[in-house]
Write a protein that binds this ligand. Structure first.
Ligand SMILES: CC(C)(COP(=O)(O)OP(=O)(O)OC[C@H]1O[C@@H](n2cnc3c(N)ncnc32)[C@H](O)[C@@H]1OP(=O)(O)O)[C@@H](O)C(=O)NCCC(=O)NCCS
Length: 192
């Protein structure tokens, strides 16, 4: 498996994976094993790659196994859910630090093709992304829909993210989670 940043030429494969596991287009059978909520247009993928270098890929030969997004709050601001989260940053603390657009960024969505779940891909994609973003920000912030228990379990139990709070938006309940980006991961759990 190769872990690397996405280029413009990867957008077609990323879009295909997004389509398969996005809440609006996912099959009923796949939905119990998680879904992604944020929907990216071609232009938004392009901007994420060119301005933020913000897509990590896991590639198995020519096949895309997984992607994970990460970017500054400036990038996410055009989605209403993220605008809500940005407005709430000054009222939110993680490990004693009041959050801001300067000391934190938003990680996610992450999406792993069904064939590669339950493997080291989760940890390796996450850690590749974390390592790069740690050069710019000390704190990772993300959200998980209350009705995505697989993702909640994977992020809290396997990756070691901390639940900061729950919030409601657009008739959905979400967990907001944080992670100290200086913490490297090893297979089997988080280490400092
Ligand atoms: C969420 C996702 C990234 C997790 O990666 P993964 O490789 O599937 O994670 P793992 O299999 O290592 O870990 C998931 C764990 O959740 C457990 N799990 C699955 N369904 C569960 C449920 N309903 N309740 C509690 N735990 C559950 C699994 O058993 C597994 O734990 P185990 O290894 O101890 O058995 C991946 O499933 C995925 O891409 N899903 C589709 C898109 C998505 O949901 N993205 C996240 C958006 S926030």
């Amino acid at each position: 498996m190769i872990y690397r940043n996405a280029g413009i030429e990867d957008i077609g494969a990323i879009r295909e994976l997004q389509q398969r596991y996005h809440i609006a287009t996912i099959s009923q059978q796949d939905k119990t094993d998680g879904f992604v909520t944020t929907l990216f247009t071609e232009e938004q993928f392009k901007e994420l790659i060119e301005k933020e270098n913000g897509i990590t890929l896991a590639c198995d030969g020519g096949k895309l196994a997984a992607y994970a997004m990460a970017a500054s709050w400036d990038y996410w601001a055009e989605w209403p859910l993220f605008q809500y989260m940005i407005n709430e940053l000054p009222n939110t603390e993680y490990k004693g630090t009041v959050l801001s657009t300067k000391n934190s960024y938003q990680y996610g969505p992450i999406c792993i093709d069904r064939e590669y779940r339950g493997s080291e891909v989760l940890l390796k994609v996450f850690d590749f992304s974390r390592r790069q973003m740690s050069q710019r920000y000390p704190i990772l912030i993300t959200f998980i829909n209350h009705v995505n228990p697989r993702s909640y379990y994977a992020h809290t139990q396997k990756l070691g993210l901390d639940v900061i709070k729950r919030f409601e938006f657009n008739n959905n309940t979400y967990y907001e989670l944080g992670y100290d980006t200086s913490k490297a991961l090893v297979l089997g759990g988080a280490v400092t």
